[in-house]
Design a protein around this ligand. Structure first.
Ligand code: 5GP
Ligand code: ZN
Length: 125
């Protein structure tokens, strides 16, 4: 597994620090370009984040060259959801959320997808 290119990291970004191992995380999955880890404040019985290892600020910063990356993240979501304890579709399933910008509720400005699932009720996020 190759290390992420540090030229694509923002030294002030907490998710870049998680990618670099400078902030600990409970990892769910890792490959050359994607990292998934448990959210520190889960609002559902299963709640993890999927991020590109490269510092991409938001969906507004994606380019055509990122189409494969985004597709791979979306294809990964249902597999990791099952792995982390979500029940299968249709009784189980999961919610995929990607907050973008201030009005979109984005607090960490490194692109991430929330994967949430498990029995309800969930905490209000
Ligand atoms: P946003 O509101 O930007 O979509 O979500 C950011 C998420 O990152 C929040 O759910 C928050 O709990 C999570 N988060 C923030 N800082 C950390 C951290 O240091 N470690 C982990 N594992 N999650 C974090
Ligand atoms: Zn970052």
């Amino acid at each position: 597994m190759s290390a992420p290119d540090p030229s694509h990291a923002d030294p002030t970004c907490i998710f870049c620090k998680i990618v670099a191992g400078q902030i600990p995380s409970r990892k769910v999955y890792e490959d050359d370009e994607i990292l998934a880890f448990h959210d520190i404040h889960p609002i559902a019985p299963v709640h993890f984040l999927m991020i590109p290892k490269r510092h991409i600020v938001s969906m507004a910063h994606l380019t055509e060259a990122d189409a494969g990356l985004v597709a791979r993240m979306m294809l990964l979501a249902p597999k990791l959801a099952l792995q982390e304890g979500c029940e299968p579709y249709p009784q189980g399933g999961f919610r995929l959320v990607c907050n973008n910008g201030a009005q979109g509720g984005q607090e960490v400005h490194h692109l991430h997808m929330h994967v949430m699932g498990g029995p309800r009720p969930w905490r209000i996020g």
